[in-house]
Write a protein that binds this ligand. Structure first.
Ligand code: BEZ
Ligand code: FE
Length: 324
């Protein structure tokens, strides 16, 4: 499901980027395959010195082989290589503490989602049934305001917004017991499609908050029912989408970072089943287990209610795989 290419629709925004130029290629020229292949590529790989760490050697050996094979397969020409180099430079120039264009580029080609699947496969090997992780994306901020359980993370209201109460329990996958003292950080966009750091009209840390599970593992917070939004598409990531005839939309989602100090963290997202982009995500991040149903809130505390239990595998092995 999540691997299907997002389709463009008429309602999605237009782009500004320039697609790469089209070059005529003489595909009968096989010089790279026949003369340079093994010797040239092996020379580059063998240039690594004896002190190269084993994992570094493994990664670079494979990276060089695949990069060279890619260049040969498509007959990569100098102007095309240079276009790519310029795009890499642009990624760096556009990035700062509020924007990470390299993450965006990695997302639109499905790399962050793939790496998440690979990492998750290692974690689930020992923790089957734990809540799956999802991509972090580029908009996480540390130190969001701490709220008491049930607190409201909405600081600025928007016309047409729909309020939501989200609550549930945090359970340990191994003991099946509730987990107290688990820090839950959540963040999502405003109905205008922007995270607070992208939008000067929103107060600092709007729609971001931290709650901590109580003695029974229970947590709760109020937010807005998340709406779909375009990822930033005015840079190299947008150029890729445009060149491939794709839209920039993500389905409505809430991001989570769930931490128990000293035991690693779960980074994940939940997706609204009703959102039309849930099965058509521009960054391929949706996993079936993370698609949820908001239901009408009967207590009047909000328009919608979501009951969401989190099953955690917070142990030293998990932490190691996450580089924590
Ligand atoms: C996000 O969910 O915030 C996100 C993920 C990937 C790219 C851009 C945004
Ligand atoms: Fe997001």
């Amino acid at each position: 499901m999540s691997a299907a290419a997002p389709q463009h629709t008429d309602e999605t925004p237009a782009f500004n980027g320039q697609p790469p130029a089209d070059f005529p290629i003489d595909r009968s020229l096989k010089i790279y395959e026949e003369t340079l292949k093994d010797e040239f590529t092996n020379n580059v790989i063998n240039a690594m010195g004896p002190a190269t760490a084993p994992r570094t050697r493994e990664i670079f050996t494979s990276l060089i082989r695949h990069l060279h094979a890619f260049a040969r397969e498509v007959n990569l020409l100098t102007p095309e290589w240079f276009y790519g180099i310029n795009q890499l430079n642009k990624m760096g120039q556009m990035s700062d503490e509020k924007r990470n264009e390299a993450v965006l580029v990695s997302d639109v080609v499905g790399l962050e989602a793939l790496v998440d699947h690979i990492t998750q496969a290692h974690i689930l090997h020992t923790s089957h049934g734990a809540t799956p992780s999802a991509i972090l994306g580029p908009f996480y901020r540390e130190n969001s305001p701490r709220y008491p359980n049930g607190g409201d993370i909405v600081q600025k209201h928007f016309e047409g917004e729909e309020t939501a109460l989200v609550h549930g329990r945090v359970i340990d996958i191994h003991t099946k017991q509730p987990l107290a003292g688990v820090t839950i950080e959540v963040w999502h966009t405003a109905p205008n499609g922007l995270y607070e750091q992208q939008d000067p009209e929103q107060p600092e840390f709007n729609l971001r908050g931290t709650v901590v599970s109580d003695e029974d593992g229970r947590y709760a917070f109020k937010c807005l029912k998340p709406t779909s939004y375009p990822i930033p598409y005015d840079g190299p990531a947008g150029d890729i989408l445009q060149a491939q005839g794709r839209h920039p939309m993500r389905p409505g989602h809430i991001h989570w970072r769930v931490t128990k100090p000293g035991y690693g963290s779960l980074i994940t997202q939940i997706y609204d089943r009703q959102d039309k982009y849930t099965y058509n995500d521009s960054v391929f991040g949706v996993k079936d287990e993370l698609v949820v149903d908001f239901v009408e809130c009967k207590t009047g505390e909000a328009k919608w209610e979501l009951v969401y239990d989190i099953t955690l595998s917070l142990d030293k092995e998990t932490a190691k795989l996450q580089g924590l």
